[in-house]
Design a protein around this ligand. Structure first.
Ligand SMILES: CC(C)(COP(=O)(O)OP(=O)(O)OC[C@H]1O[C@@H](n2cnc3c(N)ncnc32)[C@H](O)[C@@H]1OP(=O)(O)O)[C@@H](O)C(=O)NCCC(=O)NCCS
Length: 158
């Protein structure tokens, strides 16, 4: 396997097929791009097929216009035994002005699988810069918070 790759950026134009009833890009289309980027990032880190275990904290900051140049940036911020926590940002701009702005951000957790569909160990990512260390620490804190939210949400599961 090649050296694990920590981050990846998908880059493409928002197409007319992605439009919602208000003329902007559909939130569902943005979520699909996020899932694709998270998969590519997790596969690049682990060298394995991966599945989405969790997606959350999604914040749609600004709309994306059809015809925009979209960049979906994904990077590993924490690794467990089989899981990779991935921070994602979607930035967009008019391809003529290249004035990039943040439109969406969230966290996705992917789990690496072996050929038999069983979770499998992945390489450990160790934060090095101060920013990486701070994001890693926050990822750990979020895990604790997610546990509490999960328990509260049990009430909605029939
Ligand atoms: C994700 C999945 C493999 C986890 O299986 P599981 O039997 O719950 O396995 P575990 O509880 O041992 O969890 C495996 C890892 O996933 C993490 N995980 C599982 N559910 C999670 C959740 N809801 N939120 C965050 N992390 C989660 C665990 O913390 C663990 O991480 P670690 O190995 O780094 O410690 C399983 O729930 C699944 O197959 N879900 C469906 C996936 C899917 O279809 N996705 C959409 C299409 S790709």
């Amino acid at each position: 396997m090649n050296k694990p790759q920590r981050d990846i950026t998908l880059r493409f134009l928002a197409e007319p097929q992605d439009v919602n009833f208000g003329g902007k890009v559909h939130g569902g289309a943005v979520m699909k791009w996020i899932d694709l980027a998270a998969y590519a990032c997790a596969a690049g880190w682990s060298g394995k097929y991966c599945v989405t275990a969790y997606a959350g904290g999604i914040r749609f900051v600004a709309p994306i216009h059809v015809g925009s140049l979209v960049e979906v940036e994904a990077k590993v911020i924490y690794t467990g035994t089989s899981s990779m926590h991935i921070a994602l940002e979607v930035v967009a701009c008019d391809p003529k002005s290249l004035n990039r702005r943040l439109t969406t951000h969230c966290i996705v957790i992917m789990v690496a699988m072996d050929e038999n569909g069983q979770k499998v160990e992945i390489p450990t990512w160790t934060p090095k810069t101060d920013k990486d260390k701070a994001q890693h620490k926050t990822a750990v804190k979020l895990m604790e918070m997610r546990k509490k939210i999960g328990e509260e949400m049990e009430i909605f599961v029939e």
